[in-house]
Design a protein around this ligand. Structure first.
Ligand SMILES: *[C@@H]1O[C@H](CO)[C@@H](O)[C@H](O)[C@H]1NC(C)=O
Ligand SMILES: *[C@@H]1O[C@H](CO)[C@@H](O)[C@H](O)[C@H]1NC(C)=O
Ligand SMILES: *[C@@H]1O[C@H](CO)[C@@H](O)[C@H](O)[C@H]1NC(C)=O
Length: 361
C-alpha cells in the first residue's frame, strides 16, 4: 500500500446515527396520585403500558448513515497525499421494528433480559439516493491484512493474492454492499477456509443483538429501561448534561461523558483500549476507541463523527471534515417524572486503522 505520511492514519468510513422522536407526549403533573399511576404503568412488567410499548416499539426508529466518499484514491495510493473525503447522506433505514425475544425476568435484581432481532428496511423518502449509490471507500479486506497478519512471509503470499484479484487500497462499492456485505475477490482466493463476505455490519440480517439486561424499574422507577449490561459487560453510560425544553416539556439531557473517549492517560479505565503504542503516541491520543477485540481482531475504531473532540493529530491526514457539537454529538432527553426517553441521538463514526506494511504493495 502506498503509505508514507499516511501511515497510522485512521480514515472514517461510515457514520451511523440513530434518531428517534417518541410520540407519546406526557404532561408532567405534580399530583402524587398521578405520579403513582405513572410509576406503576412505567414499570417493565407484563400488563403495564410501558411493557406493551417496550416489547415492540410502535414508534418508527431510524438509523441513518453518512458515507465518506474518497475523492482522490490514486493520489493517496501513489503519492500518499492527504485523503480528500466528501460526506454523502443521509441514507435511512427503519430499524427496531421487530419485537424483542427471549424476555426473561430476574425478580431478585429487578432486571429484564432480552434479545433484539436485527432488521433494516431502506426508507427512500428519508434518503438522498438509493441503496445502489456507489462510493469509493477503503478496501476493508486489504486494509485489515497487515493488522491481522504481522508475519512478513504470510504478508508476501497475501500480497500476490491481492494483486491477482486486482484489489488495491480503495474500491468502489454500493451502499448495500458496504453496509450489509459483499463477496471479496481477494479473500475468495485465500486457499484455506476464511469468511469471504465483508461488510461494515455483516452479519446483520437474521441475527439478533444482545443479550441486553435492563432494569425494570420496580425498585427504582428512575432506572427503568436503563441498560445494566450488554453481552454480560457493563455498558456505556450517559451523565446529566443540562435541563432543556423539548417542545414545551422540561427534560433532562444526558450526554456521553468525554472520558469515554479519553486517552488512557486521562482515564486509566481505557487502558485496555490502547493496543497500538506506536501509532497512539504511547496512548496519549484521544477521541477514538479501539474495539478490535469485539471485531475478531480487525482494526476497527469508533469515534464521534468527524472526529469531534478527538486529538487534532487524528484528523490531520483527512481533508473535508467539519466536526460540530450540534450535528455530531450523542445525547438522550429524558422526562424526569416518568423516566421515559422522549428523544435521543446516538452518533458514531466507524474507522479502520491503516497500518504500514513492508510486504503489501
Ligand atoms: C432464545 O429462545 C429460543 C427458543 O425459546 C432458544 O432456542 C434460543 O437458544 C434462545 N436464545 C438465547 C440466546 O438465549
Ligand atoms: C471507481 O470508479 C471510478 C469512477 O467510476 C473509476 O474512475 C475508478 O477507477 C474506480 N476505482 C476502482 C478501484 O475500481
Ligand atoms: C514511548 O515510551 C517509550 C518507553 O517509555 C519511549 O522510549 C518512546 O520514546 C515513547 N514514544 C513516544 C512517541 O512518545
Amino acid at each position: 500500500m502506498g503509505c508514507n505520511r499516511n501511515c497510522g492514519l485512521i480514515t472514517g468510513a461510515v457514520i451511523g446515527a440513530v434518531l428517534a422522536v417518541f410520540g407519546g407526549i406526557l404532561v408532567p403533573v405534580g399530583d402524587m396520585l398521578i405520579e403513582k399511576t405513572v410509576k406503576k404503568e412505567a414499570v417493565l412488567e407484563e400488563g403495564t403500558t410501558a411493557f406493551k410499548n417496550w416489547v415492540k416499539i410502535d414508534t418508527d426508529v431510524y438509523r441513518q448513515f453518512w458515507i465518506f466518499d474518497v475523492q482522490n484514491p490514486e493520489e493517496v495510493e501513489v503519492h500518499s497525499s492527504k485523503i480528500k473525503v466528501k460526506q454523502r447522506g443521509p441514507y435511512t433505514y427503519r430499524v427496531r421494528y421487530l419485537a424483542k425475544e427471549n424476555i426473561t425476568y430476574d425478580p431478585e435484581t429487578h432486571t429484564v433480559s432480552f434479545l433484539q432481532p436485527n432488521g433494516a428496511i431502506f426508507e427512500p423518502s428519508l434518503s438522498v439516493g438509493t441503496e445502489d449509490d456507489t462510493f469509493t471507500i477503503l478496501n476493508l479486506a486489504v486494509a485489515a491484512v497487515p493488522h491481522l497478519y504481522p508475519n512478513s512471509f504470510i504478508q508476501g503470499i497475501f500480497n500476490s493474492l491481492i494483486k491477482k484479484s486486482k484489489s488495491s487500497m480503495f474500491q468502489n462499492r454500493t451502499l448495500k454492499e458496504l453496509l450489509w456485505g459483499y463477496t471479496d475477490p481477494f479473500l475468495n482466493l485465500v486457499p484455506y477456509p476464511v469468511t469471504t463476505t465483508v461488510g461494515v455490519f455483516y452479519p446483520y440480517h437474521n441475527t439478533a443483538d444482545g443479550v441486553y439486561k435492563v432494569f425494570n424499574g420496580k425498585d427504582d422507577i428512575s432506572k427503568v429501561a436503563i441498560i445494566d449490561t450488554y453481552k454480560g459487560k457493563k455498558s456505556f453510560y450517559a451523565v446529566f448534561g443540562a435541563e432543556i425544553n423539548l417542545k414545551g416539556i422540561p427534560v433532562y439531557r444526558f450526554v456521553l461523558p468525554s472520558r469515554i473517549f479519553a486517552s488512557p492517560l486521562q482515564n486509566p479505565d481505557n487502558h485496555c483500549f490502547c493496543t497500538e503504542k506506536l501509532l497512539s503516541k504511547n496512548c496519549t491520543l484521544y477521541g477514538v476507541l479501539d474495539i478490535s477485540k469485539c471485531k475478531e481482531g480487525k482494526p476497527v475504531y469508533i469515534s464521534l463523527p468527524h472526529f469531534l473532540h478527538a486529538s487534532p493529530e487524528i484528523a490531520e491526514p483527512v481533508e473535508g471534515l467539519s466536526p460540530n457539537e450540534e450535528e455530531h454529538s450523542t445525547y438522550l432527553d429524558v422526562e424526569p417524572v416518568t423516566g421515559f426517553t422522549l428523544q435521543f441521538a446516538k452518533r458514531l463514526q466507524i474507522n479502520i486503522l491503516v497500518k504500514p506494511a513492508r510486504r503489501i504493495e
